[in-house]
Design a protein around this ligand. Structure first.
Ligand code: ZN
Length: 141
């Protein structure tokens, strides 16, 4: 399997079987994010205790890329501190701009599957929606 089909597989799997798509009743904070250019609309729910993201989920509607990106992001940031989550989200945005090194992309784990989005300008806003919303949520803490 070449790396391209591996990445497609990752996106498809998160889209078909999202692990974090729920309402998370014990969330301590929420943030809405919209991407009008595609019609993606999601709400991020996080349970934050002592500066650590204990649990997280998303709800809403959107295209395959926005939904997969949200699910992958939550997988990555659950259990991390807010500082670390913020660092990872900045790294993700850097990757989407095409400026991240291979080592940095490795740190993003499955989110690296979205690296080729940098060559698809129309889909960039879909891919970054969840991460941008995460950044706003963290800044509001
Ligand atoms: Zn979209």
């Amino acid at each position: 399997m070449d790396s391209k089909s591996f990445y497609n597989e990752v996106l498809l799997d998160h889209n078909m079987n999202p692990m974090h798509k729920s309402s998370l009743p014990d969330a301590t904070c929420r943030m809405d994010g919209v991407n009008p250019s595609c019609g993606d609309s999601l709400t991020l729910h996080l349970k934050i205790e002592d500066g650590i993201i204990k649990d997280g989920s998303f709800s809403g509607i959107g295209c395959a890329i926005s939904q997969a990106s949200a699910d992958i992001m939550l997988e990555l940031i659950t259990g991390k501190s807010l500082d670390e989550a913020k660092r990872l989200s900045e790294l993700f945005l850097k990757m989407i701009q095409g400026d991240a090194t291979d080592d940095e992309i490795d740190e993003l784990d499955e989110a690296g599957a979205l690296r080729d989005i940098s060559h698809m300008p129309a889909r960039v806003k879909c891919a970054v929606l969840a991460w941008r919303t995460l950044n706003e949520l963290i800044s509001a803490q």
